[in-house]
Design a protein around this ligand. Structure first.
Ligand code: SF4
Ligand code: SF4
Length: 474
């Protein structure tokens, strides 16, 4: 077999010679995997999930909630919109709960259902299997045709089909890059930038070019290598799994010893060694060698083997979703100490996150003493000078009312008691607390701020120490 053809075929008879069991040889060199097409119930379900996820992902920046994108990280304005809530840089600490919550959820799902994220919802899988691989198949034809063409001479068909595939990949990479940017730049602004010259928006333009190149290289060439050599999640599987975790596995008890042929020979297993489960595998492994870190639980080998079993009129499920215990025909458990522990962690995390989010206020208000002398005595009165720093953290314009909380013998003077602030606008309002010198005493001053415009009326009280000369005299 010629070298180009050998490079494209996973797990051939020359495996031992090249010392590899996946798309990586032992010397670290790569074998390009060209998985065969496969149909079946899991692939039908996956296609539906991919389509749904791509539609939701592309639609989210378009969907407006409360006049803002449903999800957007507006880097320029340092604001984060999340389903009607607006966060700014002062809320960065809440990201801790979002990230730890996502990690806990992933731990939990992994312990229960293995690498279901990798096979069904990871963007790498969704875009590769939902957009880029279908383009290749649609234009290039079946795996066999593509391999034959790749091993053959450079003729017009090879150039045209190869060029068309790459052109559509580039369009797809541009689409993914632009939607991705739509999560960071508002869509109206993005549309304006697309129509303007690149030199007028050189920074976003460079980002768009970099992302397009990155996505193009990843989805056209790097592919499964991202899961195998870059993604840390895949490397953690051995500590996240136990014998009751759901995996895609081969039933060795039922399948071995392998024997070719439709008629099942006495003492032989159900596996007919057709290699179909291997040629459909996007990471180029043989699931019959046991659970491997390269397996992304894509279920393609399940559908491939089920189709073979259907043809042989044998029961489906020689390769199936099951736990290691189930594959060894041992009792299965869903609830086990690991699940109890993760459930407890999730509950604690959810309670702390709920508490933290409930403490987040829709506006910031601080009473700050003005620099300089702590107080001024003038005309028999003691004056403390402050300013109220107000930040409207709501998505809409809000009116704030500044009210003194009753404090005997203290008069509050402010140039304005009503302030209107736009979304994330801030302002400093001077405020003077005046008390007669004869009654002056150091005590806490409390000022109430009410937000009266907007969806609900919220009030906050801010406090500062009111200073006075001891004994009420200078
Ligand atoms: S597809 Fe099924 S029968 Fe064919 S080699 Fe794989 S496990 Fe054996
Ligand atoms: S072994 Fe099966 S489930 Fe795992 S990556 Fe290969 S085809 Fe997908």
């Amino acid at each position: 077999m010629s070298e180009p053809a050998r490079k494209h075929l996973p797990l051939l008879e020359d495996d031992a010679r090249y010392a590899r069991r996946s798309s990586l040889r032992k010397d670290g060199s790569r074998v390009k995997v060209v998985p065969a097409d496969v149909r079946g119930r899991f692939q039908t379900a996956r296609k539906a999930v991919f389509a749904l996820l791509i539609v939701v992902w592309a639609a989210l920046p378009w969907i407006q909630i409360g006049g803002h994108p449903s999800v957007q990280l507006d880097v320029a304005a340092r604001r984060f919109y999340l389903f009607g809530k607006v966060f700014n840089a002062q809320d960065t600490w809440l990201v801790f709960f979002l990230l730890t919550g996502a990690v806990f959820a992933l731990l939990y799902v992994t312990a229960l259902a293995g690498r279901v994220w990798c096979g069904w919802a990871c963007p790498q899988t969704v875009f590769l299997e939902g957009i880029f691989r279908p383009i290749e198949r649609l234009i290039g034809g079946t795996r066999e045709k593509r391999l034959r063409r790749a091993a053959g001479p450079w003729n017009a068909e090879r150039v045209l089909r190869g060029g068309a595939i790459r052109l559509f990949w580039l369009v797809a990479a541009l689409f993914v890059a632009h939607v991705f940017l739509g999560y960071f730049v508002s869509l109206p602004r993005l549309f304006v930038m697309v129509r303007e010259k690149p030199s007028e928006n050189y920074e976003p333009f460079l980002w768009m070019v970099a992302l397009t190149v990155l996505f193009y290289i990843d989805f056209s060439w790097f592919r499964e290598q991202l899961c195998l050599v870059v993604c840390p999640y895949g490397r953690m599987q051995s500590v996240l799994f136990d014998s009751d975790t759901l995996v895609v596995g081969y039933d060795e008890t039922r399948g071995e010893p392998r024997a070719k042929g439709k008629a099942k020979a006495e003492g032989k297993g159900d596996c007919v060694d057709c290699n179909r489960c291997v040629v459909v595998c996007p990471t180029g492994i043989d699931i019959r060698n046991g659970i491997q870190v390269d397996c992304i639980a894509c279920t393609q080998c399940i559908d491939a083997c089920d189709a073979i079993m259907d043809k042989l009129e044998r029961p489906r499920g020689l390769i199936r979703y099951d736990s290691l215990a189930g594959l060894q025909h041992k009792p299965k458990r869903i609830l086990r100490p690991r699940i109890y522990f993760y459930t407890a962690l999730m509950c604690v995390g959810a309670a702390v996150a709920t508490f933290a989010f409930s403490k987040r206020t829709s506006f910031e208000a601080n009473l700050l003493r003005l620099p300089g002398a702590p107080y001024v005595v003038e005309d028999g009165k003691v004056r403390n000078s402050f300013e109220i720093h107000l930040v409207n953290k709501r998505g809409e314009t809000t009116t704030f009312v500044i009210e003194p909380v009753e404090s005997p013998n203290v008069e509050l003077v402010t140039p304005t008691s009503r302030v209107e602030l736009g979304s994330f606008e801030s302002r400093r309002i001077p405020i003077f607390a005046v008390q007669p010198q004869a009654h002056a005493a150091s005590k806490m001053l409390t000022v109430r701020i009410r937000a009266v415009g907007g969806p609900e009326e919220v009030a906050r009280e801010v406090k500062a120490l009111l200073l006075a000369p001891s004994g009420g005299h200078t």
